[in-house]
Design a protein around this ligand. Structure first.
Ligand code: AMP
Ligand code: MG
Length: 544
């Protein structure tokens, strides 16, 4: 006879799964186990335990990352989960560790950096067959902390959690966020570096990615003359993260170098795809130092990033970069290339011959440029490149958008409604909502828009595609929702008051960024005036 389940008895919370780590298993670690700041030589990680926190509470937990990892809701709501996600408890099998890497910061070689506040817990198999690493950001000092506290504050953790999840759902390669936990401890921060330090609530984000290896991992080996270590790292990366390539450990000489070259080519391609994604949705990373460049081409280290409201290729959100604007929106592809050159320099230690590396970089640049054109055409609903006329169409549009403050997201979204087959098709009327000061628009600018609309209309008619089909294609690449800086800032300010409603709303709207969501209509709006010069909304420092 069938029995019904006894619902009065609480079901058992599943045990935490056992983790492992190929990085630790395969690569040499630091022999020193004490946790003090130091230079680590001839090793790629240091074993270090997270520093316990007072009272961890889970504030956010990504349903889709949980599903990837096979974590159920009950487990994620448990105290055990909060303890694991704050480092107060460790997963079975885990030997937490911090990784060693270096990097170029703002164009200068900075030497050893490393996981100064990120502690790796190990990896778990995902439902799709991948292996995912779990890493706690803000879990306390490590040998790579360089005298800093190893902690993270709520505002930067909210920004990392929301933005990495938003990017994922926008289809831009990124690390993910599994959870955001409040630690119950205060963290002292001088947000504007002006001598006014204040306590802020501490938090920890659990980041998830197939790999957290950065360009700087390879660079530091090369700079220190650790050639064997560099080769071991390259081989591990290819075997673990580029498994479709032949295993270089099984060959030697020219054959092995050929695999390294094929791998480098793919690193370039992935890096380019990531930057293309940023340019498509209006994201500015803000700190494209080589220590913040993932070897898998994932957006990583969400610090003083920002989203373009008005289209302005000169804009950077990072106050530390306000002078040189090295990491401004319009320069991101050039910087990615510069960073790839730095990685190439490191790899030359084992590749020896610069010629094929140079060729890969040149081909990459050419391919990126044509992929950029293709991406931009897709934002206009144009299917294939038709020559110089298209270049002119794009150049003039971007000049128009930058001429007067024009909201990038709203503009492209409304542009999808432009149907030149309607007798009264009026482009300026359709996109009017995107202008920050429509009354200030000059007659000359109006004329230029009209002329552009005429060329665009001719181009659209020439491709014989139904209006509705083109509109759907445009709405699939031009997001309706992006995590505007002021929205994240408002959510953070409410969270500081203990009100998490907006945080949860953003965490929900970001799941479907290409769908117009009536319920969240207030998020499809230009940046309000108050946000123009407000810290957190218009500019950010590296303090986090
Ligand atoms: P970022 O600018 O966040 O990419 O960090 C650059 C370097 O500084 C990395 O090595 C970080 O681990 C380290 N770092 C940043 N903030 C802290 C902190 N609060 N404690 C320890 N290390 C930190
Ligand atoms: Mg970093």
């Amino acid at each position: 006879m069938a029995t019904t389940a006894d619902t009065s008895r609480p079901s058992k919370i599943p045990d935490a799964p056992t983790v492992s780590s190929r990085y630790m298993d395969v690569l040499p670690g630091d022999e020193q186990r004490d946790n003090y700041a130091r230079q680590v030589n001839s090793a790629l990680f240091s074993i270090v335990a997270p520093t316990p926190v007072s009272s961890p509470t889970t504030l956010l937990c990504s349903k889709s990352v949980c599903a990837d990892l096979g974590f159920d809701r009950q487990f994620c709501a448990s105290e055990e989960f909060a303890a694991l996600m704050s480092g107060n408890k460790t997963f079975p099998g885990s030997a937490p560790f911090a990784m060693r890497y270096g990097g170029h910061q703002f164009g200068q070689w900075a030497g050893q950096l490393g996981d100064g506040r990120a502690i790796n817990l190990g990896e778990l198999p995902a439902s799709d067959g991948r292996v995912l690493n779990l890493q706690l950001k803000g879990a306390g000092p490590t040998p790579y902390s360089r005298g800093a506290d190893g902690r993270a504050v709520l505002r930067s953790s909210v920004r990392e959690y929301l933005c990495s999840e938003a990017m994922f759902h926008l289809g831009v390669p990124t690390t993910r966020a599994l959870s955001l936990v409040l630690t119950g401890d205060e963290v002292l921060r001088d947000m504007f570096y002006d001598g006014n330090a204040a306590d802020e609530p501490g938090a920890i984000v659990c980041r998830v990615a197939p790999s957290f290896i950065r360009f700087g991992h390879f660079q530091l080996c090369a700079y220190r003359g650790e050639t064997q270590l560099l080769e071991r790292l390259i081989e591990h990366t290819i075997v673990a993260d580029y498994p479709h390539l032949p295993n270089p450990g099984l060959c030697a000489g020219a054959e092995k170098r050929q695999i390294y070259l094929r791998w480098f080519e793919q690193v370039c391609k992935r890096t380019g795809d990531m930057v293309l994604g940023w340019m498509r949705v209006g994201f500015v990373h803000g700190v494209m130092n080589t220590d913040n460049m993932s070897i898998l081409g994932l957006t990583i280290d969400y610090g003083p990033y920002g989203w373009i409201d008005d289209y302005n290729p000169e804009w950077t959100p990072n106050t530390t970069d306000a002078q040189g604007r090295r990491y401004r929106f319009g320069q991101q592809a050039d910087i990615a290339l510069w960073n790839l050159y730095q990685l190439a320099n490191a790899l030359l230690v084992v590749l020896e011959d610069p010629e094929p590396v140079q060729q890969i970089l040149q081909d990459y640049q050419r391919d990126y440029d044509s992929a950029w054109t293709q991406m931009m055409l897709s934002k206009l609903g144009l299917v294939s490149y038709q020559g110089e006329g298209d270049d002119a169409l794009l150049t003039e549009l971007l000049a128009l958008l930058a001429e007067q403050e024009t909201d990038m997201t709203i503009f492209y979204r409304r542009l999808a409604d432009f149907n030149p087959d309607l007798p009264a098709a009026d482009l300026l009327g359709l996109v009017g909502e995107a202008f920050y000061a429509p009354e200030a628009m000059s007659q000359e600018l109006r004329e230029r828009y009209r002329a552009w609309a005429q060329s665009y209309a001719i181009r659209i008619r020439g491709q014989a595609l139904e209006h509705e089909t083109r509109k759907a294609a445009m709405n699939a690449v031009n997001p309706w929702f992006v995590l505007r800086n002021y929205l994240a800032q408002e959510a953070i300010e409410h969270a500081h008051e203990g009100d998490y409603a907006m945080l949860h709303a953003l965490d929900e709207v970001l799941l479907n960024p290409y769908v117009e969501q009536e319920r969240f209509a207030q998020f499809f709006a230009k940046r309000p005036e108050w946000a123009r010069h407000r810290a957190g909304a218009s500019m950010l420092s590296c303090s986090s």
